[in-house]
Write a protein that binds this ligand. Structure first.
Ligand SMILES: Cc1ncc(C[n+]2csc(CCOP(=O)(O)OP(=O)(O)O)c2C)c(N)n1
Ligand SMILES: [Mg+2]
Length: 572
């Protein structure tokens, strides 16, 4: 299943031709040849030649977002669910600056995003022309690479290169800035280039893999620590096989939820700031940490010096810059996670590890993840579980950022990769709805549920118009606690309860707002049987908003205080 999801579509081979085309037409043809079917964006003066070529494409579908950040997250939704680069478009100036948050978000979560921006004509660059910003300069720190096209013919090299860079190695965002005169200028095309594909990486170091196997075989208390790289590399099957053969308790980061089925006997859940107490205690006790596609993010490790203090470390990552960045590994292996794990597996001994697994089990029983009121659909955890009970394993879940995001991460039983789309690294409020629209565009047969909060939904509310227009099968579950809940929680816990600027004094009527956008909307609070209403609404096709009031006093527990060690968790 996973393999087919990330397999690239069959590309047309390089083809001789004899055509005179505009730069804009060249871009459109190259996107078509890349296998792109849908792009998201907003037009404006400096990108109108490209839009005019799009209008004549007939093959590319354009989703009109209502804010460029929305377009960026719609494209991210497509990319995150398919594993293939996806495209967003914006005009120059404010169009380009509005994209920046979505680009930064893609950089931190390693998402292959292609952002195409219009630019003022080359003759005006540097003159403070109308809607001129230095898009390349502004995006420099948040892209994997950026291009500014200088001639229509150059686009024949730039577009395939951008797709290759975005998808090769550790994926990431690429910006292509195209001045208006380059879009409208003409070029003779005598040869269509081969579409850009991910480049195969170098073979991993066989000696290091053999050493890693020896270390795993000799360990008494090893733990497998899976990060988002497992999803990007489609290496979940290999990771599971390794865990099962070597008897490895397996933890996942927020980004890797679904890489190991939540119900798997070896799964020990999410680690870190809001992981279960037993999970962090198992990590504290382990003597070997096998990190794969994980970057030792502070939300996962807590105070780094106190993370896995007894453990030797094997670190496997495609990005050499991650190896030793935060924690010096005893064995570092650079390579594609699927390729490395496939080579490691035959060298690893089959082990039961009865003693270690019994210790893990004892910790799990003593310090389990506590999900109070799980059976009450009117409570925070109960609502998440009630939604899960209505859906099958194909459903896709997106979230915004806040308490609701963590409640979903803790309580939703993810069993497969690429079912969980959440802004992990940047933690961007406003991610959920546009990402859900993008996911639904890429996978129209699936139900996509966006869990959002009353704060986050307002950050890209305008995309409800996009949702209504596309009719995408997106269900928005709004967990409304009339507060910026996660901020309020931190103020109560760490700022002597000085709750400031985090409570909502005049809550909007979200059901009326959704209806005003032309969406179906319902309120669980007034339903006699919230489960029955959920079941009915989630089974219907097409978009809707489901509002649920949540007790403002509800907390995300346990919690590692910022800067503390993971063993110093509070709550639950
Ligand atoms: C764009 C952006 N601004 C500010 C923050 C800081 N922040 C993190 S969570 C949060 C509150 C989110 O409120 P809501 O969406 O209602 O979620 P809740 O925590 O109440 O479930 C804020 C302001 C952020 N993550 N993103
Ligand atoms: Mg809230």
């Amino acid at each position: 299943m996973q393999a087919t999801e990330t397999t690239l579509p069959a590309h047309p081979p390089p083809a001789p031709c004899s055509e005179t085309l505009s730069g804009a037409q060249i871009v459109v043809r190259l996107l078509e040849r890349q296998g792109v079917e849908t792009v998201a964006g907003i037009p404006g003066g400096a990108i109108l030649p490209l839009y005019d070529a799009l209008a004549q494409s007939g093959r590319l579908r354009h989703i009109l977002a209502r804010h460029e950040q929305g377009a960026g997250f719609i494209a991210q939704g497509m990319a995150r669910i398919s594993g293939r680069p996806a495209v967003c478009l914006a005009s120059s100036g404010p169009g380009a600056t509005n994209l920046l948050t979505a680009i930064a978000d893609a950089k931190l979560d390693s998402v292959p995003l292609i952002a195409i921006t219009g630019q003022v004509p080359q003759a005006l660059i540097g003159t403070d022309a109308f809607q001129e910003v230095d898009a390349i300069g502004l995006s420099h720190a948040i892209t994997k690479h950026s291009f500014q096209a200088r001639s229509p013919a150059e686009l024949l090299a730039i577009i395939p290169a951008a797709f290759a860079i975005a998808a090769s190695g550790r994926p990431g965002p690429v910006l292509i800035d195209i001045p208006k005169d380059v879009q409208s200028g003409m070029a003779d095309v005598t040869h269509w280039p081969e579409p850009g594909r991910p480049e195969p990486g170098d073979a991993p170091d066989a000696g290091a893999i053999a050493d890693a196997a020896t270390m795993i075989n000799a360990a008494a208390a090893p733990v497998l620590y899976l990060g988002g790289g497992i999803i990007h590399a489609a290496a979940d099957a290999q990771a599971r096989a390794l865990a099962e053969k070597a008897g490895l308790p397996t933890t996942t980061t927020l980004m890797a939820l679904g890489a190991m089925p939540a119900q798997h006997p070896l799964a020990i859940g999410m680690l870190g700031m809001h992981g279960a107490r037993y999970t962090n205690m198992v990590l504290d006790a382990c003597d070997l940490l096998i990190a794969v596609g994980a970057r030792f993010d502070d939300r996962a490790t807590g105070r780094l010096e106190a993370f896995c203090p007894r453990a030797r470390v094997i670190h496997i990552d495609i990005d050499a810059a991650e190896l030793g960045k935060l924690k010096t590994p005893h064995i570092a292996i650079r390579g594609d996670a699927a390729a490395v794990l496939a080579r490691l597996l035959p060298l690893v001994e089959r082990q039961q590890r009865d003693d270690w697994l019994a210790r893990v089990e004892a910790l799990r029983r003593r310090f389990p993840l506590q999900l109070p009121d799980l059976d009450d659909a009117r409570s925070h955890y109960g609502l998440v579980r009630a939604v899960a009970d209505c859906l099958d394993g194909d459903a896709v879940i997106t979230t915004d950022v806040g308490q609701h995001q963590m409640w979903v991460a803790q309580a939703y039983p993810f069993a497969q990769p690429r079912r969980w789309l959440s802004s992990g690294g940047l933690g961007t409020m406003g991610f959920g709805i546009p990402a859900a629209i993008g996911a639904a565009m890429a996978e129209p047969g699936r139900t996509v549920v966006c869990f959002t909060g009353d704060g986050s939904i307002l950050m890209n509310l305008q995309e409800l118009a996009t949702l209504a227009e596309t009719g995408a099968n997106v269900k928005i579950v709004l967990m409304n606690n009339a507060s910026l809940g996660l901020v309020q929680q931190q103020q109560e816990l760490f700022y002597d309860s000085r709750v400031f600027a985090s409570l909502v004094a005049a809550p909007p009527d979200f059901v009326a707002i959704a209806r005003g956008f032309g969406l179906m909307a319902a309120d669980l609070d007034t339903a006699d049987d919230p489960r029955a209403l959920l079941r009915r609404l989630l089974a219907e096709s097409g978009p809707c908003l489901i509002h649920a009031g949540i007790d403002r006093r509800a907390r995300v527990y346990p919690m590692v205080p910022p800067g503390a060690a993971n063993t110093q968790m509070i709550g639950a």
